[in-house]
Design a protein around this ligand. Sequence first.
Ligand code: UD1
Length: 417
Amino acid sequence: MNKLCIEGNKNLNGSVTISGSKNAALPILFMTILTEEKIKIKNVPINLTDINIALQLLVYLGVKVTYKKVLYIDPSAINIFYAPYYLIKKIRASIWILAPLLARFGKAKIFFPGGCKIGNRPIDLHLKGLIKLGATINLHNNCINASVKGRLQGKYILMEKISVGATITIMSAATLARGITVIDNAACEPEIIDIANFLNTIGANIVGAGSKKIYIKGVLKLTGGTHQVIPDRIETGTFLVAAAVSRGHIICHKTEPKHLKSVLIQLTQAGAKIKTGKDWITLDMRNKRPKALNICTSPYPGFPTDMQAQFALLNSISQGIGTITETVFENRFIYISELINMGAKIKLKNNTIICYGMPKLSSSNVFCSDLRASATLILAGCIAFGVTTVNKTYHLIRGYESFPEKLNKLGADIKTM
Ligand code: UD1
């Protein structure tokens, strides 16, 4: 699926079932390396290419993987401590293979990871954290060589910048370290809590995940267990925006409203009527044009950078002038020129996107640059006048399960070319 043809001018209405969180499932898959016992994981978004590549990496190491609605993982026979370039370069998440290999086997060798082109995306905080825990790290020919004699050693680690990825790396390494590790200024994302819950289920001793300070008391060995991955909050947010920009009415099932507070606040300010239940959210924007918003992205519980592009689309068709200031990644704006091609009036001033709301967008031939940009351009195609062609949509399947199909059920007209 590289190209989509979208007949626009649609209202998106109906119900959608949200998949498991990609950003929780990916690290959890790599965390299974920490144990030699069998693991069962439910609600894995199995059709995503990022998940598929993560599983290929595990299989390369010697992990046995089977899937029958639930993912069964047997990491007892890992005999390779090296991850090859052709897999590592495909996903940013592959960095999370490093810490579990190092913590359990005392050695790991991987190439520098790839991923969405949304900024420099260094991994210095991951490596500094591991060095603090006693690892020796050598960088040579684009390769990271990590080793430790005996076990890692628990330490107090103050994160100089909030990083989801580095918090996960350090938390996972510390589960098998000697003594207590404290991660100060840790990321608080719901995915961090889910990973900590998973690790605790298999015998780790982690307290405080979801707050700024995480305490990890190292144990000698982790066990097996069963875990259910949390719902994908970014997929949920994307479908809520789909209804908001198309003046529709939607119910998202199998989601977690508590994880979307900052997004729901903004959608309410845009004029949407929102209701929430235990595991559902409805949004009603019928016969209403959204009001422009002023937003600043920041780490959780702030407004997620992964919703920046979708809300730039919302501001593009809203009443008034709206701004979005991006503070997490420095180069997450490539899609803007494509929205401008569709008639949006947008200016980029440093890291602030200024949208002068237009009543309607028009069809065009547009190109996707990354995962969230792909979803945004598809939504733009659904509401624009005319037929839009969205190219390079292979990014989409990295993070959204059956996105065109789910939108078509809501009344979109999207054809794969
Ligand atoms: C994760 C998510 C991504 C989300 C991001 C922020 C996954 C697979 N990806 O990415 O969807 O947009 O969190 O919520 O879960 N940084 C450094 N050095 C490091 C690591 C990060 O300087 O070693 C910087 C980054 O360049 C960025 C900021 O810290 O400016 C935040 O990045 P981080 O939270 O680590 O994002 P990821 O874990 O890569």
